[in-house]
Design a protein around this ligand. Structure first.
Ligand SMILES: Cc1cc2nc3c(=O)[nH]c(=O)nc-3n(C[C@H](O)[C@H](O)[C@H](O)COP(=O)(O)O)c2cc1C
Length: 201
């Protein structure tokens, strides 16, 4: 049974184009595997705060050594780490905001990157420890950047996910959404077709 961890990061929650594409992918996955387990987070309506020194220090301590205040400070980070350790598949709805990923998603990474748990450094350098087999990213942007010099998202995400041990990463793009209705509709339709192809493989 597959456990899917879905992170939607559009400020528009379910109405965001990236959320809608990620939701379509997950719904179609369910048609293929009805007993899959879904852990779904909406990073807009249930936002993750910026990491603080207090949370970072508490999250790095063994749970039995934490004071009650430290246990409280580490609670959200512990929950997010438990979710990501449990997942087989990661699905991210990813808008482009100011040429990069939403800060809420960066905050999620800041909470789940934990030395000794989700990555470690050995004699050969960093080693990712997440058991996730594949990440599927559904991006939505007003302009078109994929593969070009202003595509700051994909290189960062591939690097960050690889650092945590996720080396299979597939991007599906809905681009040029601010360039007129016709372009918008065809970009979304193309992304939906790509989802069909992904899941028929
Ligand atoms: C705050 C904000 C910043 C944006 N910045 C960019 C940008 O830098 N480049 C771009 O192409 N589109 C930008 N857009 C347009 C979004 O990428 C586009 O509306 C996309 O559909 C957002 O995905 P969503 O609907 O899932 O939220 C921005 C939109 C918002 C709300």
């Amino acid at each position: 049974m597959t456990t899917i961890l879905q992170l939607n990061s559009s400020v528009f929650s379910d109405s965001g184009t990236s959320s809608s594409l990620a939701d379509t992918f997950v719904q179609q996955w369910y048609r293929r595997e009805p007993d899959a387990l879904l852990i779904r987070r909406d990073l807009a309506s249930d936002s993750i705060p910026h990491l603080t020194a207090e949370t970072f220090a508490a999250a790095g301590m063994p749970p039995q050594e934490r004071t009650p205040a430290q246990a409280n400070a580490a609670l959200l980070a512990d929950t997010l780490v438990a979710e990501v350790l449990r997942a087989d598949i990661l699905v991210i709805g990813l808008p482009v905001y100011n040429f990069n990923l939403p800060s809420t998603l960066k905050a999620w990474f800041d909470h789940v990157a934990r030395a000794g748990t989700t990555f470690r450094y050995g004699s050969d350098g960093p080693e990712g420890l997440l058991p996730i087999k594949h990440a599927y990213i559904f991006t939505a942007s007003g302009g078109r950047y994929a593969g070009g010099p202003a595509d700051f998202q994909a290189p960062y995400l591939k690097h960050m996910l690889g650092f945590l041990g996720i080396n299979n990463v597939t991007f599906t793009y809905a681009e040029g959404l601010s360039m007129g209705d016709a372009g918008r509709e065809s970009a979304v339709a193309r992304a939906e077709e790509q989802i069909e192809v992904l899941l028929s493989a």
